[in-house]
Design a protein around this ligand. Structure first.
Ligand code: NAD
Ligand code: MLT
Length: 315
């Protein structure tokens, strides 16, 4: 029997796993790093979302672990190199929440452009204020995407229909495919200089950590609006907050933060910043799709030896 440690408590979509006699699944919701260190020694499989960090010290002591399943897309919380060295499969569900994340990003852009959160708050406080919430259209504006993968591409498709001009920076994107989809690939400084809205959809890695900082913002248009639904540490929160206060940046919409839950509230407390607590993937459809798929990937791995959705790379 395979012992599986699940670090979140939503079991929807996992019927096959829970009903199988070949698995014993224990749920420990969001264990601390210390708790995880104690627990992990006993398990063959681990299921995680973004809250749990599978660092090299956890992997070192995980003597029986063969499979880490990430119910979601981002894998910046798993030390993939250490896992690979120990022969542990790391698998995710790359496309399961793409549409949800794209729709949420567009929702945030519209909220920002049309002051929906502030006017909602004002009206709920019994104030009929139409003067202070005059917005701007997306039509005719330039959207600069940083990262043209699954989510970036879905956003481009939808915002083309809004009449936005779409430009993108992605070092690995295909020029021809982008052109077909009405997207112009540019170098990053051109995206900074030309975009009215900059939306980030790259992974968090050494090349993107802190990418949106004071130096980058200086290269942007005055009055630019910045959206981050990718990963918090890609944006330097203090630099962005200062740029909004100075008027250089007209506003920001942020779903992901340097620390979650946040420890520094500077950016969240800044006026003209629309925020959601890492909700881009949180739809009924995406959660069930992802839960089902990661469950199937895990079951196939242990019972049939089939490796799917693995992200391990050997150097
Ligand atoms: P993806 O892998 O399909 O696309 C990422 C793209 O970024 C790729 O095309 C890649 O070539 C590009 N890229 C890599 N390095 C880059 C760099 N230095 N500069 C610019 N582009 C670079 O990933 P995706 O599924 O589209 O997800 C995008 C991001 O959104 C990830 O960070 C993911 O973790 C995050 N995400 C967040 C939520 C949420 O709930 N907020 C939900 C899903 C995904
Ligand atoms: C993802 O990477 O899939 C999203 O950020 C959602 C999540 O972390 O659960």
């Amino acid at each position: 029997m395979y012992k599986i440690l699940m670090t979140y408590d939503n079991t929807e979509g996992l019927d096959t796993l829970f009903s199988s006699k070949e698995f014993k699944v224990d749920i420990h919701n969001k264990p601390s790093q210390e708790e995880l260190k104690e627990l992990i020694k006993d398990y063959n499989g681990l299921l995680i979302r973004s809250e749990v960090k599978v660092t090299s010290d956890i992997i070192d002591i995980a003597g029986k672990l063969k499979f880490i399943g990430r119910a979601g897309t981002g894998l910046d919380n798993v030390d993939k190199e250490s896992a690979t060295k120990k022969g542990i499969i790391v698998a995710n569900v790359p496309g399961g929440n793409t549409i949800s994340a794209a729709e949420h990003t567009i929702g945030l852009m519209l909220s920002l452009a049309r002051h929906i959160p502030e006017s909602y708050k004002s009206l709920k406080n019994r104030k009929w204020d139409r003067k202070n919430f005059v917005g701007t259209e997306l039509f005719g504006k330039t959207l600069g995407l940083i990262g043209l993968g699954r989510i970036g591409s879905e956003i481009a498709k939808r915002l083309n229909a809004f009449g936005m001009k779409i430009i993108a920076y992605d070092p690995f994107a295909n020029q021809e495919a982008a052109k077909k989809n009405n997207i112009e690939l540019k170098i990053i400084d051109e995206v900074f200089a030309q975009a009215d809205y900059i939306s980030i959809h790259s992974p968090l890695n050494d090349s993107t950590r802190g990418m949106i900082n004071t130096d980058a913002i200086k290269k942007m248009k005055d009055g630019v609006r910045i959206i981050n639904c990718a990963r918090g540490p890609i944006v330097n929160e203090k630099d962005l907050s200062d740029a909004i206060k100075s008027g250089k940046v007209a506003g920001a919409a942020i779903d992901v933060f340097a620390k979650e839950p946040p420890e520094d509230w500077t950016l969240i407390d800044t006026d003209k910043v629309v925020v959601t607590p890492h909700l881009a993937a949180s739809t009924d459809e995406a959660q069930i799709r992802i839960a089902k798929e990661i469950g199937e990937v895990l079951v196939d791995f242990f019972t049939k030896g089939i490796v799917r959705n693995a992200v391990n790379t050997k150097k």
